[in-house]
Design a protein around this ligand. Sequence first.
Ligand code: HEM
Length: 153
Amino acid sequence: MYDVFKVLHVIGVVVLVGNVTITAYWKVLSDMTDDPRIIAHAQRGVTLADFIFTLVGIALIMIGGYGAAIVKELPLFTAPWLIAGQILFGISGVIWLGILVPLQIRQARVARSFAQGGVIPPGYRRDARLWIIWGVIATVPLVAAIYAMVVKF
Ligand code: HEM
């Protein structure tokens, strides 16, 4: 059972980190086209990808991580690498929920107004810039968590 939980956990990490990086890549490329239809289409894709992959990734990381730790009776709240993993995951989650999701909702709403063509308001561009900056910031704790988990300090 331990191996099953650990495999689910690692699949969750791949899905979550893969999604946040590749979604950002395609969104930036789409924003650079200056074509309102392409930008609006990509923005819809970001919302959908977040629902499918971010949520599945988070669920698998938690079910697999806590499942594996409980089955193997690992010290969840005293082993530094496990404490670090949970805190870093939490930091990333707070940035995602508190900053990135609201920015995405606002961009999606504005993008609907130019989905059939039209002017892209400067506010959309400002939100897109903030979204990529905070997206990179939110990814750093995830990479640090991979390090903590692999090295197990
Ligand atoms: C929710 C908090 C987390 C818990 C309770 C947790 C728990 C665990 C456990 C019990 C293992 C198995 C360790 C072993 O086999 O000795 C593990 C492995 C791993 N975790 Fe986490 N984890 C958490 C968060 C994360 C996060 C946020 C990431 C990265 C984004 C991550 C990445 C990994 C990786 C890559 C491994 C495989 C490391 C290896 O065995 O060499 N974990 N985790």
